[in-house]
Design a protein around this ligand. Sequence first.
Ligand SMILES: Cc1cc2nc3c(=O)[nH]c(=O)nc-3n(C[C@H](O)[C@H](O)[C@H](O)COP(=O)(O)OP(=O)(O)OC[C@H]3O[C@@H](n4cnc5c(N)ncnc54)[C@H](O)[C@@H]3O)c2cc1C
Length: 382
Amino acid sequence: MDFRLSEEHEALRESVRDFAREAVAPVIAEHYERHTFPYEIVRQMGKMGLFGLPFPEEHGGMGGDYFALCLALEELARVDSSVAITLEAAVSLGAMPIYRFGTDEQQARWLPKLLSGEALAGFGLTEPGTGSDAGGTQTRAVLDGDEWVINGSKAFITNSGTDITALVTVTAVTGTNPDGSKELSTIIVPSGTPGFTVAPAYSKVGWNASDTHELTFDDCRVPAGNLLGARGRGFAQFLRILDEGRIAIAALAVGLAQGCVDESLKYAKERQAFGRPIGNYQAIQFKIADMELKAHTARLAYYDAAARMLAGEPFKRQAAIAKLHASTVAVDNAREATQIHGGYGFMNEYPVARFWRDSKILEIGEGTSEVQRMIIARDLGL
Ligand SMILES: Cc1cc2nc3c(=O)[nH]c(=O)nc-3n(C[C@H](O)[C@H](O)[C@H](O)COP(=O)(O)OP(=O)(O)OC[C@H]3O[C@@H](n4cnc5c(N)ncnc54)[C@H](O)[C@@H]3O)c2cc1C
């Protein structure tokens, strides 16, 4: 057992850490306040190869692994979560389904643009009426000659409405299975297809520099060849994508939790109260020690889940544990970091205010904490 990173992973982590500090930190607060999408940062991440990290070189990727993606997400989220979730959603929800399930033609058409960061893809699973219960999907797709006709809507879809969004993959009911359950399939809908409407951006509590929209499909027609993988495989496809995605979200949550430690340490050394830096008081020291402990144990949980996935072993339970634990830790650390900053922690100019706003969604997106507990309990045989 060896928890040390390889030289390649360590070098990647350092270069993303430098990028986050030098290119993201100085500009992200303004994007966050104005709710603007950071196109220039995305362009630079593309040049660094971050969008292609876990994909083979033959598709235009960097030939790395999913763990490399997780390390990059952790370092980005240590500075800002909007940027980190943009990368996470672009890779693990956007490009990954096309890489895992797409035909040669679909891969050749879409992957080069997605893996270079020149274009983004959204993953449309959640609907206004159903999220955790994805089997409750209402969006329908009917085969009419050589076209799918899609009707329905999707809610909260990340990266679905930027100027560089090329497509969304949409989960839709395409029939009825022999046991009477819904037949779910996944269909690629390119941006700009008639009948596909992107609503104005949501007003969110956090992740304010990331892109999230409701989508509507009104007799939206796409070629029959836009089916992703086999018909009726939609359920199995999104379960696989979400299992992996949970490890990535856990890494992002660890980054936020560690960023809270970074900012709290700095502040505790500077801020004076009763004639001494507040970091001299044991009450503050213990808070920071607990925050470090939580970030560390959550990191081990996602390392474990990623290692099992890369070894080809079952990892569903470990991914759910990592996501559940890391998101809880992120919320805990954001709360304590704000407390350590006192009144300044409630001011938007301090990064901890952003961490606090950005932490809560981690207990909701890509499966709520309750859903993670359901997955763990089920895997234990309950
Ligand atoms: C900013 C943002 C970005 C997102 N990006 C995407 C995206 O790119 N693509 C996408 O498809 N989705 C995306 N989502 C959707 C996200 O994954 C869902 O919001 C999430 O899965 C929860 O679904 P829901 O909101 O419908 O809540 P619900 O499923 O309605 O849950 C409401 C509450 O009930 C609880 N609950 C539900 N069922 C049970 C049960 N059986 N037992 C106990 N408790 C239960 C839940 O845990 C939760 O607390 C995004 C959401 C947000 C806010």
